[in-house]
Design a protein. Sequence first.
Length: 205
Amino acid sequence: MIPKVLVLATKNNGKVAEIRQMLDPALLVIKSLDDFGPIPQVEEDGDTFDENAYKKASKTAAYVGYPALADDSGLLVEALGGLPGVHSARFGGPGLSDADKCRLLLEKMEGVQDRRAAFECVISIAMPTGQALTYEGRVEGLITTAPAGESGFGYDPVFFYPPAEKTFAQMDKAQKNEVSHRGKALAQVADEIGKIIKWMEMHEG
């Protein structure tokens, strides 16, 4: 069987590494946006993770001519009314590093007793013709009072996962993939990869 090309609609090397680790290279040739020339940036202006994931996947697939996978995910903090939510990547405005965003979040949570939070992820796999499949994952945890750990990316240093007694940034990739929001959604993709490839073949060209 010739592996299918699947383009990840991201230049985030952390995401690319996580996804590559979970999907069978015998069935899929995983490429990222870095493997293609400049393509227009997709504006993530949807009101939900679902809208943003589909928009990124479908537009990327149309530009590159291959099936594309996009995820939109974010951190929902109970005490902040679900913020930063769909704005997680742009929290605090443009130009902030991951460390800056973590620092800003901890400032907003200073003195707050209710530290409950959840990461949510929606994965969309879209064909150049527009059809798409959707997968979702969620994990619940607590916001720390200080960053901890050197692994991962984004809000991982401030998201504490009680069953492991660690932040996501204190876990290695394999441990995080087993329990994370993206890991759960990707596990569904991996479980159904045979069906997904048949679906891709049905909707080719």
